[in-house]
Every structure is written in C-alpha cells, then in structure tokens.
Design a protein around this ligand. Structure first.
Ligand SMILES: Cc1cc2nc3c(=O)[nH]c(=O)nc-3n(C[C@H](O)[C@H](O)[C@H](O)COP(=O)(O)OP(=O)(O)OC[C@H]3O[C@@H](n4cnc5c(N)ncnc54)[C@H](O)[C@@H]3O)c2cc1C
Length: 471
C-alpha cells in the first residue's frame, strides 16, 4: 500500500493526528550514492542519523523510510520514555565491577541525554519527567513478584533513589487504582508525545544535512548497496532499523517476533476527574497484570491506556487496526478494572502498532566493519528510550570510536550468531505465542475473579514458564 493512501496521518494514531501541518517528504529521486544509508525512519534510524551526523558532519547520510517517519511503533507507542532496558538483568548480570557500573550509568543517562538534545535542537514533544508507578499490584500474588523484581534491580546496583517500593497508602496517595497494594516507583521515566518526537527528529536531521526520503521501500540489502522501489543506493555502510517490520527484508527475517500492541485514549478529562484518578505529577503507570498494561496522562489530559497484543501467523506486521472492536473492548475492560471511575468516559481513539521481540532476548547494537552491515533494536516493546542508547552505541561502532558505549554488553562488533539468532519457523512461533497468551489470559481471569489461591499460583507459574520458554 503506497503513501499517500488509505492510512493517512490521522489514521496512524492519536499522536499523528495531533500533529500540525504533517506532510510526507519526497521519495528517493532515483539512484544515489552515500557514505551511510539507514533503513527505517523510526527513533532508531533517526537517532542513529542524528549521532552520526553530529559526530562527523561531513558524512553523506540518508534515511530511507517506506511510509513516513513515525509510521511504525515510534509514532504509535504509549509515550513512556524510560531510562531502562527490557532485558537489562541479562545484560548487566553477565558483567560485573566497573564494567557493570558504566553500563548502568549509560542506561540511567538516557533521560538526561534525550532532554539535552531536545533542548539543544529546540524539539518539542511534551517531554515531562514525572516518573513512573511501575507494576502496581492489585492482587496479593503480584506483591511477591514485584518485590522480587525490585530486589533483583538492587542486586544490579540500583539504589533507593532509582527504584523504591511504595506501600498501599503511598501508592493510593498518587493513584486511585482499584485495590492498590503497592508499586515500584522510579523517577527515571518521562512522558512524551511519541509522534512529535519522531517527526521532530526527522526535521532535525534534515536541518543537519541528512537526506530523509519517505515513501521509499528498501526491497533488498546487497553487499555495498540497497535496492529500493525508487532506485538503488550505493553505500559502504548500511544500517537496518526496522524493528517489528523485519519480516519484510531477507537480511532481517525471523530476527524479531513482530507483536502487535493496542492503545486507546479517552476524551480529555477535567480537573475534577483527575482528582478522582490521581497522577497529579503526571507519572506514567502500569499495573502488574500479566497482560501488560501501560498508561500516561497526556499533555491534553487524556488517559492513554495500552495493553499487550497479539501475534500474526508468519510474523506479518500490522498497521491498520480498524475492525478490532473486540480487542479494544477488552483493553477498555482492563482500564476499568484498574480505574472504575472512568466508566462513563468516552474512548475517542483506538490504534495499535508492531513491536519486536528478539530471539536473542536483549536489545543490541551490531556493526560488522568487514561488510558495512549494521543493525540496532530488539527492544521487547520498550524502545522509546532504549533506541536513543542503541543509536548512540551504533554510531560509535560505525565510527570506530573507542568509547564507553562501544564496550557495553549491548554493543557487538561482527555478526554474533547468538545476538542475531533467528526465531524458529512456523508453526512453532505461533504455537508458542498462543500458548503464552492463553496462560496469561487465564492467570489474569483467575486473579480478577479471585479464584482459588492454588489456581492463581499455578497459573502464575505456568505463564511465567511459558514466557521464559518463549524468550
Ligand atoms: C502500541 C505500542 C506501544 C508502545 N509503548 C511503548 C512505551 O510506552 N515505551 C517504550 O519504551 N516503548 C514502547 N513501545 C515500543 C517502541 O515504540 C518501539 O520499541 C520503538 O518505537 C522502536 O523504534 P524503531 O525505530 O526501532 O522501530 P519503528 O518505529 O517501528 O520504525 C521502523 C520503521 O521502519 C520502516 N520500514 C520497515 N521496513 C522498511 C523497508 N523495507 N524500507 C524502508 N523502511 C522500512 C517502517 O515503516 C517504520 O517507520 C510501544 C510499541 C507499540 C507498538
């Protein structure tokens, strides 16, 4: 489906609809030559272009985007900008001492770094550092799991100032969630308007001299060149930043499991309603549901609420979520299970997007100097902040900088098989995902109807095991 087409900006997400004067950029005007060509105009591709160009301004650089920048998860997500990596327990757990400290500092540095660039480049994206109420427990079984999670972070060297436990009263003072039992609070999360960041970055790198071509699909990655539907780009360095769209490129096939997550937004709520809900500091929040919820209070005072998604046989990505009424109704039920005070509030927007779960289990930045091929991603649905860190790392690897980032456990030279592992062929992937989904749904249902304790514990164990097997 070409652009402009059925999916115009407003059809992508609330965030894209809210952009003033958004229009697609021109496609690649025929064959071209560059030093570096980046595939994908999401955060990963755009941040990589930003750091490469600021570190080495004379580089000839282009970004090739199949639709428009922000068309993927970067223009659709829940807007949690986190100084954290999903998978960091494995990454930091594998190193110790000074190396672990440096890696931890690099992760915690994500928010200040993004804030610095926003300020320096004059980018507006409703960035607000209100912190996060993380995995609020509503059932007793969830308490032990959340406390164990907190303890695991402390083992990695995070202190009270980074992650701390809020008991039931402290949680209820901030968020009037149903049955608040406790939550982890962290100051290391900011809320953003996702599409403003994606489109703002595209404008910013264009100003710096990067050629950003939209409506240009890369169809093949060859040694020394990219083939697109608009012409051929010869480039000694070719970087893939397509995350959940990896099935569309042979070089990336089965590298990540593309998973769909869905989001809804309420109408803007008045102050009286927000007093009933809480979030006075505009913290983001999630509850400890195994169905993975995430929510933010947007700059225009909507509650934006999302939940774990689905997987399509064959790993096909998805961008059109019209007709998913039943799935959105289920998310609304989850939202009301947390916040019943929203029962009479209108839901005005529903959308979804595709994120990527890597077979290797961790985010990564990979560059092979011998072939000039590189890639970054594998965020497991937490790439808003992580993409900035992976992009900086990838830029350092490409420019062969002897930096602290190039020595982190997510930085890889060459093409390590373990990191770039491929998922099993179908129907194994589909079966594994469905089994996990089924167990998580049962666990949530058992908790919600306060089924027998043994049943809830058993289902909790079963879904944990299946999730671990899948990952
Ligand atoms: C609904 C949803 C909610 C989420 N919420 C959060 C959140 O709150 N916090 C968080 O940290 N993470 C969240 N995530 C994950 C986060 O959005 C992603 O990890 C991040 O945006 C990935 O950025 P990216 O640039 O790597 O990929 P994308 O943003 O998906 O960009 C990839 C781009 O590549 C383009 N492309 C694909 N194939 C080709 C091709 N062949 N040629 C040219 N271009 C191509 C696509 O059109 C797309 O624009 C969420 C994801 C979803 C879907």
């Amino acid at each position: 489906m070409n652009w402009p087409g059925r999916e115009r900006f407003p059809d992508i997400s609330l965030w894209m609809e809210a952009l003033p004067r958004a229009a697609p950029r021109a496609p690649l005007p025929g064959d071209r030559r560059y030093d570096v060509a980046i595939v994908g105009g999401g955060y990963t591709g755009l941040w990589t272009a930003y750091y490469l160009k600021t570190l080495q301004p004379d580089l000839a650089l282009c970004v090739l985007e199949a639709r428009v920048c922000g068309f993927g998860a970067s223009g659709r997500n829940g807007g949690w900008l986190m100084a954290a990596l999903e998978g960091e327990r494995a990454l930091l757990g594998g190193i110790d001492g000074e190396r672990r400290r440096q890696a931890r500092e690099a992760i915690l540095g994500i928010l200040p770094e993004v804030a610095r660039v926003l300020d320096r480049e004059g980018l507006e994206c409703d960035f607000h550092r209100g912190g996060g109420l993380f995995a609020a427990a509503r059932y007793p079984e969830q308490l032990a799991a959340q406390r164990a999670e907190l303890a695991a972070r402390q083992v990695l060297g995070y202190g009270e100032a980074d992650y701390r436990w809020l008991d039931a009263d402290a949680l209820a003072a901030r968020l009037r969630i149903r049955r608040p039992l406790g939550a982890v609070y962290t100051p290391h999360i900011a809320r953003i308007q996702p599409a403003r960041l994606a489109r703002g970055l595209a404008d910013c790198v264009t100003r710096l001299g990067v050629d950003v071509y939209e409506q240009t699909r890369v169809t093949a990655c060859e040694p020394g060149a990219l083939v697109t539907d608009q012409g051929r780009v010869v480039a000694p360095v070719r970087l893939m930043a397509v995350e959940g769209f990896s099935e569309g490129l042979a070089a990336q096939r089965r590298h990540v499991l593309p998973v769909q997550s869905r989001v809804l937004a309420t109408e803007p709520l008045d102050e009286a309603r927000w007093r009933e809900i809480g979030l006075a500091r505009r913290e983001v929040f999630s509850d400890a549901s195994p169905l993975i919820t995430y929510a933010q209070r947007s700059a225009d005072d909507r509650l934006v609420f999302g939940s774990r998604g689905s997987y399509r046989f064959g790993g096909r990505s998805r961008s059109d979520f019209r007709g998913d009424g039943a799935a959105f109704a289920a998310i609304r039920r989850l939202m009301l299970a947390c916040l019943p005070q929203l029962a009479d509030v209108d839901v005005t927007h529903c959308w979804g997007g595709t994120l990527g779960i890597p077979r290797g289990g961790c985010p990564h930045a990979v560059y092979d100097p011998a072939s000039g091929f590189g890639t970054a991603g594998g965020y497991l649905g937490e790439g808003v902040g992580a993409s900035n860190l992976m992009a900086r790392t990838l830029a350092d690897l490409v420019l062969e900088r002897d930096s602290a980032l190039a020595a982190t456990p997510w930085a890889h030279r060459g093409l390590p098989r373990q990191v770039l592992r491929r998922w099993e062929p179908e129907p194994l992937r589909w079966l594994a995902y469905k089994a996990t989904d089924w167990a998580l749904g049962l666990e949530e249902a058992a908790c919600a109807r306060a089924g027998p304790r043994w049943q809830r514990r058993l289902l909790g164990r079963a879904s944990g095991l299946l999730a671990a097997l899948r990952g």
